[in-house]
Ligand binder design. Structure first.
Ligand SMILES: NC(=O)c1ccc[n+]([C@@H]2O[C@H](COP(=O)([O-])OP(=O)(O)OC[C@H]3O[C@@H](n4cnc5c(N)ncnc54)[C@H](OP(=O)(O)O)[C@@H]3O)[C@@H](O)[C@H]2O)c1
Length: 262
């Protein structure tokens, strides 16, 4: 039985992974910026009373992440798996048109927050003598350039570099680091703007076509990730859902896919 901490787990893939870890018998710390979890989450997790705790945490603040680590340690005794999942998007516009607040938010959440989270988890886990740290990759992790998405892409490119470097630094410590690559998923991240409005990209016919071929529900991706995370003992792994082969097959078989997502 493992003790798991997931940043940004109030919805999307973070919440789906939390539920899968609970189903596997783990203890889970969920977290997000609000003081409490949405009512719907509490109902969904009612079968797991006592096996999870929710801690308020804004990953942009190191102190907040420290409290998340400390509270998890106090509750579960140790932390076996720490996942830097919290992530934000920037508006779908050119980089030079993007306002300061959006620019700062995407960097402070996806890069600074991920680095702070990793620093806290790494030093705590080295003290414990064991543990695994994962971060959630995204567009940009493979250096692909997509116009009007380059701020977000820059952050995920940096995340991948940092996590590979962290794995090298952790070599021989008993602590491992890895990356999770989820492909495209039907979550608020795609369907809403950073302000919570309906995103205009989902009205774009070309985007819809590709999304319906390549994307999945976060529940599907979480079901794939969680057993692999629990079984992994290797440093510097990438656990990838949408591999190039799978993507190619999706295009070939797209005419037969029934469950259109958007
Ligand atoms: N959806 C995709 O197609 C896709 C593809 C590749 C990678 N990803 C990555 O997957 C991760 C999760 O995305 P998702 O699609 O599940 O998005 P989502 O549904 O929008 O969920 C984002 C989560 O991050 C939390 N969050 C945002 N800013 C935060 C902050 N400053 N501090 C703490 N928590 C914060 C949110 O919680 P609160 O709002 O409650 O604070 C929420 O739980 C992100 O890293 C994203 O970049 C997504």
């Amino acid at each position: 039985m493992k003790n798991v901490v997931i940043t940004g787990s109030t919805r999307g893939i973070g919440f789906s992974m939390a539920r899968e870890f609970l189903k596997e018998g783990c203890n889970v710390t969920l977290s997000g910026r609000s003081a409490s979890m949405p009512e719907a989450n509490l109902r969904e997790l009612s079968a797991f009373e006592g096996k999870y705790v929710y801690i308020q945490c804004n990953v942009q603040e190191k102190e907040s992440l420290k409290r998340l680590w400390d509270a998890s340690l106090e509750r579960w005794g140790s932390v076996n798996i720490w996942i830097n999942n919290a992530g934000q998007n920037a508006p779908h516009i050119y980089s030079w048109e993007t306002g300061e607040t959006y620019t700062e938010n995407v960097i402070k959440t996806n890069i600074t927050g991920m680095i702070y989270g990793s620093q806290i988890a790494a030093s705590g886990m080295i003290k414990q003598g064991h543990g695994a740290i994962y971060s959630m990759e995204g567009l940009g992790s493979n250096n692909m350039i997509q116009i009007k998405t380059i701020l977000y892409g820059t952050t995920k490119c940096a995340l991948t570099y940092f996590m590979k470097g962290l794995a090298a630094e952790l070599d021989g410590t008993g602590v491992i680091a890895g990356r999770l690559s989820p492909g495209m998923m039907l979550t608020d991240f795609i369907t809403k703007t950073p302000d919570g409005e309906r995103s205009e990209v989902i009205s774009d016919e070309k985007f819809r076509k590709i999304f319906n071929i390549l994307a999945d529900r976060p529940e599907t991706v979480a079901k794939y990730f969680v057993p692999k995370i629990l079984a992994n003992t290797r440093n510097n792994v990438q656990i990838a859902w949408l591999t190039n082969r799978k993507a190619a097959w999706r295009f070939i078989s797209s005419g037969f896919r029934k469950d259109r997502l958007i």
